[in-house]
Design a protein around this ligand. Structure first.
Ligand SMILES: [Zn+2]
Length: 121
C-alpha cells in the first residue's frame, strides 16, 4: 500500500514550484491591461465565449485567476486543468511533465510528523 508512485500528489508543493506566470506563459496569455501583479487580458481557455475581450483577470503574486466571460476561476493548476480539459490529478502530472518538474508527492504519515505545518488564515 505504500508504493511511492501511489502517494497522493502534493498540490501545495506543486503550486509552489510552478508559478501562475509559468502557466500563463505556457498558455500564451498576453496581458493587455493592468499592472503586475494584477493583469487583465483575453482568456487563454479555448472554450471561452469571450476570448476577444480582456475578460480574464489574474494575480500573478497570489496565483489566482478569474474569467468574467466563462466563469472559470482558481489557481494555476485549476487553470491548467481547465485549459487542457483534464482532472486535477491528471493536470498536475501533465503540467509537471510539460515543465520538467518531478511530481511532488505527499509525505508518508511518519515523515509528515516532522514537517507538519498548518495553513490556517
Ligand atoms: Zn474565459
Amino acid at each position: 500500500m505504500s508504493h511511492p508512485e501511489l502517494a497522493p500528489i502534493d498540490y501545495a508543493a506543486l503550486r509552489a514550484q510552478i508559478p501562475m506566470s509559468r502557466v500563463l506563459d505556457l498558455l500564451g496569455f498576453r496581458p493587455v491591461r493592468g499592472r503586475s501583479p494584477q493583469l487583465r487580458g483575453p482568456c487563454p481557455l479555448r472554450n471561452c465565449p469571450g476570448v476577444k475581450s480582456p475578460n480574464f483577470s489574474v494575480n500573478v503574486q497570489r496565483h489566482i485567476y478569474r474569467c468574467f466571460a466563462c466563469g472559470s476561476a482558481g489557481n494555476q493548476l485549476d487553470l491548467w486543468a481547465a485549459a487542457e480539459q483534464l482532472s486535477l490529478p491528471a493536470a498536475a502530472v501533465h503540467l509537471c511533465r510539460v515543465t520538467g518538474t518531478p511530481v511532488p508527492r505527499r509525505l508518508t504519515a511518519s515523515q509528515a510528523q516532522q514537517s507538519t505545518r498548518s495553513a490556517t488564515d
